[in-house]
Ligand binder design. Structure first.
Ligand code: 26Q
Length: 805
């Protein structure tokens, strides 16, 4: 047997025999198994190593090219990267899917099982983390010199299961097995300090931390399309300076012996599972500072080594993007490095830092805006607390600001204001969201700095979210419009005329059907649930949040159950309502909503009258991989947030791109999607953001709406009476009272409009050919929502960086 390591270049496609040898080589020498003894995971590891070898050459070439040409570098700092699986993505990227399948099957290994054996890298909560992952893909595909920086959590987002319909959480454990994509960089270590005090030494203020933790870098190559370019994702892991104490060990006190490493390593142990702020948690602040400080130290080291010794030139070579306020401590930290280490005057440090930094805002929800008490900040980061005060007064000197503008207020540091003041550009993530930023949370700051806020509407990577997850549609597209769309998604436009071609519509519908059957098979295997592929697959997948209004969806489902029972003979459009999503473990109302969906679902599903009419399915543990299965199978996409509250949404884009029709409010990027696909091919309903604000202003009262809508009144009475929870009739008293008396998210106000929009959906479904035409047009008009477009926008308007392609 030939046992040479395989080092192939993607531009010279490997042949099947070389690939076979490479896999066998890795199985033997990297994994230490022979063909007879190898288990599925061993095979997966061996295949992964063989594929990883293929991205090494482009990775090194990119590094060389960037060294030589010195383009401006982009550093994307994000507390979350919700990546999902990497193997299939890499194989598809390199164009090797058929060959790898063949080779793997020749070893008598199930290829699909091998791909799904990989655990998801779930280092994020939802939209913000997934956006960061799409951006990594796009930055490599358009050829930007970029680094992602984040945290290598030992435990990603928790695993969700349902016990008697209630959410329970279990620790996620993706690093139990070796993560075969990463390279540990033990030589890339930085010492990160916490606590202590600040002293004056030879005229300089110097921070003496009380505690230090090492940040160790782990690099994952991020290949762009066809391996033309590859950037790096560098994740930091916390390590103790002193692993372990011998003295207590010798005494037999093993716990005390291990204490130093247990404490230090806690910093990167687990992702906070809350997608709004979990206010005031000391460990969270330490995580934020830990990865931000390590990333800045890394950026500065590289700049000094390769560019210049004049740190004021940093902004010419480096653009740093802050993904929300989580890394906003970067502003005082960079000033600290420039003033305390490089001895720049404060004003010059302020300007230098500000010219490097850019901040993306992802939410207007007041409870999600980060604030830290000055006590905590002063205790954990005493020098930064001083600098924040100095930043605040310096800003006051620079502009004539009203008294309302201050970073430190009522004993709290407002991180949004800190990030705004420290950034050269601030961006929102959809047109509406950016407007609302100007009118609400950043009104005063916007008046002082009117050029600073700009919009960059989100996008999603068409590689993962169309090409890879939807092979059926991919095949059809390749046949009719070629492959150029994969890196130039606007080419989907040329599908538009085909919407009028009956044969094409049939083929498009057949691809959708294939995806629905694939999902049906999965639900059967994993849950034992049978779904009818002829029904409308009506899908709402996202974190469970009151503003996202899963409640509106499930209340309408219950109303439909009532209506069908009253008139089972009517011509009902059959539906399968599919929900997916996790609730933050401490979010009591969200967990109640999950239970209510499961309770109503159980009642509906047990009713023989609902057969072939209505069904509710809620598979547990929604994650990136499940999204890849659900999205291509969706007929209807639920995007029904209270207008003004969803910053953008990105699931809305993935679903429409895959030919689902949207039922949605005029919120976030839904507005831009509606403009792109046209009002005839989308179901828009409900209050606008302005109307929501006006209704609240006028003293909104849900009671009037409930009274005017007997369908809703009936459902609320049923829930309150325990119809769906006979084992505990009082279960939803609080939930129903809240809807009747308060209803901050305006479920009652939008219920009738939603019900009517759903009946328009039913009617549209009856003319299947017209539906299919709309579906084609949705895909055809979604090209603008590629994250390649978004990234080119950031490069042009924010970073002033030049993509290579
Ligand atoms: C902060 C501090 C402490 C604990 C948790 C957090 C935290 C973590 C995650 C706060 C917010 C998040 C995530 C926010 C998020 O995902 N926002 C979504 O961002 C998407 C990408 O821009 C948008 O499409 C969504 O509309 C927005 O909700």
């Amino acid at each position: 047997m030939q046992t040479e390591p395989l080092i192939l270049h993607p531009q010279s496609q490997p042949d099947a025999e070389a690939l076979r040898r490479a896999i066998e080589y890795h199985l033997r020498y990297t994994i230490g198994k022979n063909v007879k003894a190898a288990k599925l995971t061993d095979w997966r590891m061996a295949v992964t190593r063989a594929i990883r070898d293929l991205v090494i050459a482009p990775w090194f070439e990119t590094t060389e090219r960037v060294r030589a040409e010195r383009p401006k570098r982009v550093c994307y700092l994000s507390m979350e990267f919700l990546i999902g699986r990497l193997l299939e993505d890499a194989i598809d990227n390199l164009g090797l899917d058929e060959m790898v399948r063949e080779v793997v099957e020749a070893f008598d290994v199930d290829y699909n099982a091998l791909l799904t054996d990989e655990p998801d890298a779930a280092l994020g909560n939802g939209g913000l983390g997934r956006l960061a992952a799409c951006f990594l893909d796009s930055m490599s595909t358009v050829g930007l010199a970029a680094h992602g920086y984040g945290i290598r959590y030992n435990h990603g987002l928790f695993r969700q299961s349902f016990e008697d319909g209630w959410q329970t959480e279990e620790a996620e454990d993706w690093l139990r097995q070796v993560h075969p994509w990463e390279f540990e960089r033990p030589e890339t270590q930085y010492r990160i300090g916490f606590g202590g005090d600040v002293r004056k030494e030879d005229g300089h203020r110097q921070w003496r931390p009380e505690e230090t933790v090492l940040a160790v870098g782990y690099d994952t190559p991020v290949p762009g399309w066809r391996g033309r370019w590859a950037n790096t994702l560098r994740l930091w892991s916390a390590k103790a300076e002193r692993e372990f104490d011998l003295e207590p060990f010798n005494r037999g006190d093993y716990m005390a012996a291990a204490a130093p490493s247990v404490l230090a390593e806690t910093v990167s142990r687990v992702l906070y599972p809350d997608d709004t702020t979990e206010q005031g948690k000391e460990l969270r602040l330490k995580q934020e500072y830990f990865f931000t400080a390590a990333s800045l130290a890394d950026i500065l080291r590289r700049f000094l080594a390769h560019h210049d010794t004049d740190v004021t030139r940093l902004p010419e070579f480096i653009a740093i993007q802050l993904n929300d306020t989580h890394p906003a401590i970067a502003f005082p930290e960079l000033i600290r490095l420039l003033v305390d280490v490089h001895e720049l005057p404060f004003a010059s440090a302020f300007e230098t830092a500000r010219n490097c930094l850019h901040y993306t805002n992802h939410t207007l929800l007041p409870e999600a805006l980060e604030r830290w008490s000055t006590d905590l900040m002063g205790r954990v980061l005493p020098r930064h607390m001083e600098l924040i005060d100095q930043i605040d007064s310096h800003h006051a000197k620079l502009v004539k600001r009203p008294a309302s503008v201050k970073i430190v207020d009522h004993g709290e540091v407002r991180m949004g204001d800190l990030a705004f003041i420290g950034a050269r550009r601030v961006n929102g993530v959809s047109a509406l969201h950016t407007e609302l930023m100007k009118q609400t949370v950043f009104k005063d700051l916007h008046a002082l700095h009117p050029e600073r806020i700009i919009n960059q509407t989100n996008g999603v990577t068409p590689r993962r979210w169309l090409y890879n997850c939807n092979p059926a549609l991919r095949g059809l597209l390749e046949e009719r419009i070629g492959k150029g769309w994969v890196t130039d998604l606007e080419q989907l436009q040329s599908l538009a005329p085909l919407a009028d071609d009956g044969d094409f519509r049939q083929r498009f519908a057949a691809a959708k059907r294939e995806n629905k059957l694939r999902l049906a098979g999965h639900l059967e295997r994993t849950l034992g649930v049978t779904v009818d592929p002829e029904a409308i697959f009506d899908i709402q997948i996202k974190r469970i949040h009151e503003y996202k209004r899963q409640l509106l969806n499930i209340l309408e489902t219950a109303a439909q159950w009532n209506a069908i029972r009253r008139d089972p003979g009517a011509d009902w459009a059959p539906r399968v309502k599919i929900f997916g999503g996790k609730a933050a473990p401490g979010y009591v109302m969200a967990k109640q909503i999950i239970k209510l969906i499961n309770d109503i679902g159980a009642t509906v599903n047990a009713d023989p009258l609902m057969e072939e009419r209505l069904q509710v399915v809620y598979p547990p543990n929604y994650n990136v991989s499940m999204a890849e299965l659900l999205i291509p199978a969706a007929d209807l996409s639920e995007q029904i947030s209270t207008a003004g509250m969803e910053a953008s949404g990105t699931g809305n884009m993935k679903l429409a791109m895959n030919g689902a029709l949207t039922i949605g409010t005029l919120d976030g990027a839904n507005i831009e999607i509606a403009e792109a696909v046209g009002r005839d091919d989308i179901f828009i309903f409900g209050l606008t953001a302005e109307e929501v604000a006006a209704a609240r202003e006028a003293g909104y009262d849900p009671a009037a709406h409930i009274e005017a809508e007997p369908r809703l009144a009936e459902v609320l009475e049923q829930i309150a009476a325990g119809v769906f929870s006979p084992d505990d009739p009082q279960r939803y008293t609080g939930l129903v009272d809240n809807l009747r008396q308060n209803d901050w998210f305006m479920v009652a106000a939008d219920f009738t409009a939603y019900w009517e929009a759903q009946r328009r959906v039913d009617a549209a479904w009856r003319d299947r050919d017209a539906w299919n035409r709309s579906a084609v047009l949705n895909t055809a008009h979604m090209g603008w929502f590629s994250s390649d477009r978004t990234i080119r926008g950031y490069a042009r308007d924010i970073w002033q960086a030049e993509p290579a392609f």
